[in-house]
Design a protein around this ligand. Structure first.
Ligand code: ZN
Ligand code: ZN
Length: 108
C-alpha cells in the first residue's frame, strides 16, 4: 500500500504479535498465514512447510508443537518496492514480526 515507505530493518516485539492474519492450509504439511505487514501495511504471506500439520488421525504430535499458542516468527515478503532496499534482498520492507495464532487454535 505505502510503497513510499523506505526499506528499514525493524524487529517488532514478540509482545505485540499481528492478530489479523488469515491462516490456511496449503496442502500436506504446509500452512500459510496471509495478512498486512504491521510495518509497511502491504499484504505478505508467511509459509511454513513440512510441519506435518495435516495428519491422518485426530491430532499428531507435530500439530500440537506448531499449534502451541506461541506467536510465529515471520518476515515481510511483500512484493512492493521499498526504496533503499539492498540489491541482495528480493522483497519485503525489512520488518520482522510475530503472528499470533487464532485464539481458538488452528482448525486446518
Ligand atoms: Zn513490510
Ligand atoms: Zn511492503
Amino acid at each position: 500500500m505505502s510503497s513510499a515507505a523506505p526499506y528499514r530493518r525493524t524487529n517488532l516485539p514478540l509482545a505485540q504479535p499481528a492478530t489479523t492474519f488469515l491462516w490456511q492450509s496449503a496442502g500436506a504439511g504446509r500452512v500459510e498465514a496471509t495478512g498486512e505487514c504491521p510495518e509497511c501495511r502491504c499484504v505478505t504471506t508467511r509459509v511454513w512447510e513440512e510441519i506435518q500439520y495435516v495428519t491422518k488421525g485426530p491430532s499428531g504430535p507435530d500439530k500440537q508443537a506448531f499449534d502451541n499458542g506461541e506467536p510465529k516468527f515471520a518476515q515481510c515478503h511483500c512484493p512492493t518496492w521499498h526504496v533503499n532496499r539492498p540489491a541482495e534482498i528480493p522483497d519485503g520492507c525489512g520488518a520482522t514480526f510475530w503472528i499470533a495464532l487464532p485464539p481458538q487454535g488452528l482448525s486446518l
